[in-house]
Design a protein around this ligand. Structure first.
Ligand code: SF4
Length: 478
């Protein structure tokens, strides 16, 4: 018996188990008039939209159905790249559907790519926060960075899910490079390969920090040949050095991924023995360990949202190639909004291969579930008395991301004709303070540009390496 809500897909049919899944499913086939209206609005303003995978399902459903060429849905790193491409191919305005650090990131990358004149807007007048980004603005994080600054040969590897201000102040104190969940492992391995004495200070996500350490410890138990396949410059000895010098922050949490804790994992182990487990790197250790075990058995993946999407798609393509009746179940170990992208990606294959049935399962947090009288669905997400999500957890949907809505997007598009001063509240945050004569925007973009440099060349940029080796600890404490 299945305990959690889920979506069942076979051929062209989509069925939902439970109200939460039904709400996700309801928006997969949006009203054509709404889609046409959005397209007309975007075309009239020549606007581009970059949206995160965790958007509200109604909004995502319409975005996927709209054939305007300047629409893109992805993880935060690719959002910025696509915004630059849109500007290059003529978009006159970029609208960011995500949280505030994403719009800041898009603004910084457009500025760095010569598109400072292309306006960027968010769809809410109020700030769109993020529990994780806010934890990097705490006194505890400042103290963590001061420890890093006092340690010779330190590199701060900061998760992209932080504000430009965090990145700027951090880089002023400790040489800093940003990372995403897709590239963090290679970033740390490569940095440690280039400087074996390096201390790596990862933050702010605590679970991701712990999971990385567990992963490096696991790698350290492999033989040298297996380690070299993951990174040619590493062996057991170099991994042990890295483990000794790897630090992570202990007080940074994403309220969404926090919900995949021990109780959820117990239930998955009990009721979903046959399922494939997908887990974001930000999940707690119990879920991470379970996904690793299933991965080692060929039935799991641990990584970024893009890795999860790629894994599910690959499994379905594999089943399609085999042409035999197959039932595939996937536990979705990340924000529930991902389901729209997943269904969009696999629907065509399922229509052509009705012998495959797929179930996407939404785990519900133990602290925010209601027990029902329904034998088929005894547990539903949300507290008793009504489904819902809160910053305390619940049904794995991000309350900040959900501040973006279709109505808000259409409303903003209507306002784009108004004088610029009326649109200022929709602009990404601007920082007026300077550090050693440099603006926050300029300094905060450097760790992102270092990450881009690493992605391009496969090694830490020479300027960053020189900074790590050249900064005296005394300066760092200043
Ligand atoms: S899911 Fe929400 S709270 Fe978690 S990191 Fe993303 S924006 Fe922040």
């Amino acid at each position: 018996m299945s305990a959690f809500p889920s979506l069942l897909l076979q051929g062209a049919e989509i069925r939902a188990r439970g109200g939460f899944a039904a709400a996700q499913a309801a928006f997969l086939d949006p009203d054509p008039a709404t889609v046409a209206s959005l397209r007309a609005h975007l075309a009239a303003r020549e606007a581009g939209v970059v949206a995160h995978f965790y958007m509200d399902p109604e909004l995502q459903g319409v975005l996927y159905a709209c054939d305007w060429p300047h629409i893109h849905i992805s993880d935060s790193l690719v959002m910025a790249d696509r915004a630059v491409e849109m500007a290059r191919s003529g978009a006159r305005t970029i609208i960011v559907l995500g949280v505030d650090f994403m719009s800041e990131n898009v603004r910084a990358m457009l500025d760095a790519s010569g598109f400072a004149d292309v306006p960027v807007y968010r769809v809410a007048a109020a700030p769109i926060g993020c529990s994780l980004a806010e934890s990097a603005e705490s006194d505890a994080y400042a103290a963590y960075l001061r420890r890093a600054a006092a340690t010779p040969r330190s590199l701060h590897v900061v998760y992209i899910n932080t504000s430009l201000r965090t990145k700027a102040y951090a880089h002023a104190l400790v040489p800093t490079i940003t990372c995403t969940s897709s590239n963090v492992i290679q970033t740390v391995l490569q940095a440690a390969a280039q400087d074996p004495d390096l201390h790596v200070w990862f933050g702010p996500d605590t679970y991701m920090g712990r999971n990385l350490l567990a992963l490096f410890r696991g790698l350290g138990e492999l033989d040298d040949a297996a380690i070299a396949r993951l990174h040619p410059a590493h062996d057991r000895a170099s991994l042990l050095r890295l483990i000794e010098r790897f630090h992570h922050f202990e007080q940074g949490t994403c309220v969404v991924h926090h919900m995949f804790g021990a109780a959820v994992v117990e239930q998955i182990e009990r009721d979903y023995q046959d399922a494939h487990i997908t887990a974001h790197l930000e999940v707690p250790g119990e879920m991470f360990a379970l996904a690793l075990r299933r991965r080692d058995a060929g039935r799991g993946v641990v990584g970024s949202t893009s890795d999860i999407l790629g894994f599910i798609t690959a499994k379905i393509r594999e089943a399609a190639a085999a042409s035999t009746p197959t039932e595939l179940r996937f536990v979705l170990g990340t924000e529930a909004g991902m389901v729209t992208a997943i269904v969009h990606q696999i629907r065509g294959v399922l229509r052509e291969h009705p012998q495959i049935s797929v179930e996407i399962i939404f785990p519900a947090a133990s602290e925010a579930i209601a027990i029902t009288d329904d034998h088929a669905l005894p547990v539903v997400p949300g507290v008793a008395g009504g489904e819902g999500c809160s910053t305390a957890g619940g049904c794995a949907t991000c309350p900040y991301m959900k501040m973006n809505s279709l109505d808000a997007l259409l409303d903003l598009l209507d306002r784009l004709d108004r004088p610029a001063r009326e649109l200022r509240v929709y602009e990404p945050r601007k920082y007026l303070d300077t550090i050693d004569g440099r603006t926050i925007a300029e300094l905060g973009a450097l760790p992102i540009l270092h990450m881009r440099g690493l992605q391009r060349a496969g090694e830490l940029p020479a300027a960053l390496l020189a900074d790590i080796r050249g900064r005296a600890p005394a300066h760092r404490l200043g």
